[in-house]
Design a protein around this ligand. Structure first.
Ligand SMILES: [Zn+2]
Length: 354
């Protein structure tokens, strides 16, 4: 079967490899759609995992297949599996925890000391024709549900977890810095969790419009307005209860996220930053502001998002900006997103079966 595997920095190869084999407790998923994530681009550019390193859970050396946001149809079911049926449409939760480390035992499996991801450090990947996954990582959707929307459950779960971490009151105000796939997913997750006062800052016209369509009440262009002043004006001078840095640019995005907060407000980081960010820390003392991060999601988060897209509390389809076949994933996907596509695309979905 065709698969995309990462060898080293900017060296990912589309190759023919044998189909993965079913093991007890697993199902084989014929991938329908797989999204390209910002972290795929970072992996492609930096290849941080040495090929000979074996994650303790995956116990597999590289090169590893890429793709951790994917949906598909179940094509084989191990004899001992009852929770998933042949032909089911499923979204795959790609993250794994050992369940035994101190972090897992403290109730944080999303940050397991040995955490692993399908599509990063073993277990196959979504940019492949088929993937074998443990049955409890396959979240079943109604048969007539959109397989494209199902591929968006993974990035939505990242946003869903961040909104839970932020602990925002439903009558509170949220500020989202950056309306890329994750920032827009935060807007959708906020609405689905009952928060309607949402402010977004973003440069791209297309993304600004999507933020409005998804329910942001105010969208600020940082080239046209002082972001912090605009947020304060929109909140009667008080500031917001919660802010999210979903862009990860650096001080230019994180400082406004902090300066826009009310006293005791929470700023949540959910983007990858590359390098140090110098910050004025006095507001944390004088205003008891909190800066926290949000990493991945739990099995509970993933199931909650599956339920929210199925019952229509989240309608994420407009996040999809392009659809391409697996044969074009490098040029029309990765390299495009690292070039001119950065400004025009939101989520590119890849189909291994077209
Ligand atoms: Zn653990």
């Amino acid at each position: 079967m065709l698969t995309l595997r990462l060898y080293s920095e900017r060296d990912a190869r589309l190759e023919e490899i044998p189909e993965p084999e079913l093991r007890p407790g697993t199902v084989k998923v014929k991938v329908a759609w797989a999204g390209i994530c910002g972290s795929d681009l970072a992996l492609f550019e930096t290849a941080p995992v040495p090929l000979d390193y074996q994650n303790p859970i995956m116990q597999e050396s590289g090169p590893h297949a890429l793709g951790h946001e994917f949906s598909g149809y179940v094509s084989e079911v191990a004899e001992d599996v009852t929770s998933v049926q042949l032909g089911d449409l499923v979204a795959v939760r790609p993250n794994f925890a050992d369940g035994t480390c101190p972090t897992c035992r403290a109730g944080h499996p999303n940050m397991c000391d040995n955490y692993a991801f399908i599509g990063i450090n073993g277990g196959g990947g979504g940019f492949s024709e088929s993937v074998v996954v443990p049955a409890d990582h396959a979240y079943v959707l109604p048969q007539d549900f959109s397989a494209q929307a199902a591929a968006l459950i993974e990035p939505l779960a990242v946003a869903w977890h961040a909104v839970k971490v932020a602990k925002i009151p439903t009558d509170g105000t949220a500020f989202v810095v950056g309306a890329g796939p994750i920032g827009l997913s935060v807007v959708l997750a906020l609405r689905a969790q009952g928060v309607s006062r949402i402010i977004v800052s973003e440069l791209s016209e297309a993304r600004k419009q999507l933020a409005r369509d998804f329910g942001a009440q105010l969208v600020i262009d940082p080239r046209e307005a002082d972001v912090v002043a605009a947020v304060r004006e929109a909140t009667g001078g008080r500031g917001v209860d919660v802010s999210f840095d979903a862009s990860g640019i650096g001080k230019n995005t994180l400082q406004p996220a902090i300066d826009s907060l009310s006293a005791a407000g929470h700023a949540v980081i959910l983007a990858n930053f590359h390098g140090d960010v110098p910050l004025d820390v006095m507001p944390f003392l004088m205003r008891e502001k909190v800066l926290t991060g949000s990493f991945a999601y739990t099995a509970e988060d993933f199931a909650e998002v599956r339920d929210a897209v199925v019952d229509g509390r989240i309608v994420p389809d407009a996040l999809i900006s392009s659809r391409i076949p697996l044969s074009e994933v490098l040029d029309a996907g990765f390299k495009h997103l690292l070039g001119e596509g950065r400004a025009t695309e939101v989520k590119i979905l890849v189909s291994p079966s077209s």
